[in-house]
Design a binder for this molecule. Structure first.
Ligand code: DP6
Length: 364
């Protein structure tokens, strides 16, 4: 599919008003998206586990308006008006207007909240943009009844990408791939797809315990971060590596080879940070506690043979990944050894999830 396929047919009738509500999860990349071209086109393919507990719930109430010359919306975050989120939403609306030409015809009341604490250092852009994109395509669906379920999810992922790249991997579950890759025929730079090959059951109920090492604002916004890959001395090699790792994961997902899984996932995490450390300007986003956690994970794995590993986002928090079969042992290990490295002892127990859900709207 191309961008043009997401342009809608002329709308026949616009409903006067309505309300929709969606809950979209966060996701954690195994092969990282880092570097992009114009229009949110990724520089390399990525793949992620969709999460379950970490999610954003968003409702959008829409009322037809007279003045159709500009966008109009009110935004509430966790029940309170949130002016500082507005510019991001406005940019998003501008980017997606050609694909949803009804946007200027309505006034919207957007209410959004996260299941995880604000300022936990967990990126909410993936779940937030996915939830909003789903609400907006749902409104389009009430205008154009011919939209199929498959197209609906594809368009939601397509639009979510225009809000935040990784958000396109937060519409579906449980393993989502995004970005053209020769080994995956259905792969696209425009939206996320279900991972099409066999996945060993060991990956079907994987856990992700998110250790909140540092809850402050990110030192580098993802947009700035992605831009650092332009003119980066190692960029081309890195992009090629992401393709190779995706190829390697095919065998790993099929066989359930956790040793190789650990190698690929940890290498991807450290490569992401290596790219930041070797860009100009350069950044170190890991904290001393991040490194201590990593070392403790390595020691624990060495001593016990428990197949746990870590991955990182563009921040200091550590995602600890492990299969269901070792849940008790790892929970104990986290309690005994790792919680001490978390800010105020905070961490979130999450697991692989099945994608976004539509919620019932209760009219007040
Ligand atoms: C390190 O999706 O937040 O989490 O497209 O600029 O919104 P924008 O970037 P974003 O980047 C996420 C980068 C990452 C790796 C990943 O999720 O693949």
């Amino acid at each position: 599919m191309t961008e043009k396929d997401f342009l809608p047919n002329a709308y026949a009738n616009l409903p006067a008003r309505g309300k929709v509500k969606w809950k979209a999860p966060s996701n954690i990349a195994l092969v990282k998206y880092w570097g992009k071209r114009a229009n949110q086109i990724p520089a390399n393919p990525s793949i992620s586990f969709t999460l379950d507990a970490c999610a954003t719930t968003t409702s959008v109430e829409y009322t037809k308006k007279e003045d159709i010359s500009q966008f109009s919306f009110d935004l509430f975050f966790e029940g309170k008006p949130k002016e500082d989120f507005k510019p991001k939403i406005l940019t998003f609306f501008e980017r997606i207007e050609e694909y949803l030409p009804f946007l200027k015809k309505y006034h919207f009341i957007i209410e959004t909240s996260n299941s995880f604490p604000h300022s936990s250092g967990i990126a909410s852009s993936a779940s937030g943009m996915a939830a909003l994109a789903l609400c907006l395509v749902d409104i389009e669906k009430s205008i154009d009844k011919g939209i199929t379920d498959t197209f609906f999810l594809k368009k939601a992922s397509f639009l979510a990408r225009l809000g935040s790249g990784s958000a396109c991997r937060s519409v579906k579950g449980d393993l989502v791939q995004w970005g053209e890759h020769k080994g995956i025929a259905e792969s696209s730079n425009l939206y996320g797809v279900d991972y099409p090959f066999r996945v060993n059951p060991v990956f079907k109920n994987f856990h992700d315990s998110i250790l909140l090492v540092h809850k402050g604002q990110k030192q580098v916004s993802s947009t700035v971060g992605h831009n650092l890959m332009h003119d980066h001395p190692y960029a081309e090699r890195r992009f090629a590596q992401a393709h190779d790792n995706l190829d390697k994961l095919k065998k790993v997902f099929e066989s359930g080879d956790l040793e190789e899984f650990v190698n690929i996932v940890e290498s991807e995490a450290l490569t992401l940070h290596a790219m930041m450390m070797t860009s100009m300007p350069y950044f170190v986003l890991m904290k001393p506690d991040t490194l201590q956690i990593i070392n403790k994970i390595w020691n624990f794995r060495e001593e016990t043979n428990v197949p746990i590993c870590f991955t990182l986002d563009a921040g200091a928090n550590v995602h600890v990944l492990y299969p269901e079969s070792v849940k008790e042992k790892v929970t104990q290990f986290i309690q005994d050894e790792l919680v001490a490295h978390c800010e105020n002892g905070h961490y979130i127990c999450d697991r692989i999830g099945s994608g976004a859900k539509k919620l019932i709207v209760h009219e007040e």
